[in-house]
Design a protein around this ligand. Structure first.
Ligand SMILES: [Zn+2]
Length: 150
């Protein structure tokens, strides 16, 4: 495997990838909205009387927690869109090889090729905080990359 110049096919693929990223972002923003709405409604039902005075503060707290979690996903999408602009999208940050298109289809904001990702995941297994990011991948990705690559 050697590094290739950006071929016409690849450029088409990248254009599609951009559209999909934008779609995913729109969908995610919609999901965040309805999640926040559901949380708010649920909490109002539960403790409107008890938490009357504090409810506004609680709302803000819930809002913060949720959007913080979702912000990780949004940032991954925005980063990918930025890299599409500067031409580094789809190029592995660790080894510089083009990331396989099927991998990018499954995980559109992947920054690493499969090999480098596996290296990183081996390290990440000792870091619980990375689990959240991997869950984010699964939630956004339309297909399960682990099954595909088996
Ligand atoms: Zn790599």
């Amino acid at each position: 495997m050697e590094k290739k110049p950006v071929a016409a096919n690849r450029r088409k693929f990248l254009a599609r990838a951009r559209e999909q990223l934008l779609e995913t972002k729109t969908k995610l923003l919609g999901e965040i909205d309805s999640e926040l709405q559901a949380e708010r409604d649920g909490n109002k039902d539960e403790g409107m009387d008890t938490y009357d005075l504090a409810s506004e503060e609680r709302d803000r707290e819930i809002n913060f927690i949720l959007s913080d979690r979702e912000r990780i996903k949004l940032k991954q999408i925005d980063d990918a869109l930025e890299r599409l602009d500067d031409g580094t999208y789809g190029v592995c940050e660790a080894c510089g090889l083009e990331i396989a298109e099927e991998r990018l289809d499954a995980m559109p904001f992947s920054r690493l090729c499969r090999d480098c990702q596996q290296d990183e995941e081996r390290e990440a297994k000792s870091q619980r905080s990375f689990d959240n990011e991997r869950n984010a991948y699964r939630k956004i990705g339309s297909t399960d990359a682990d099954d595909e690559s088996a």
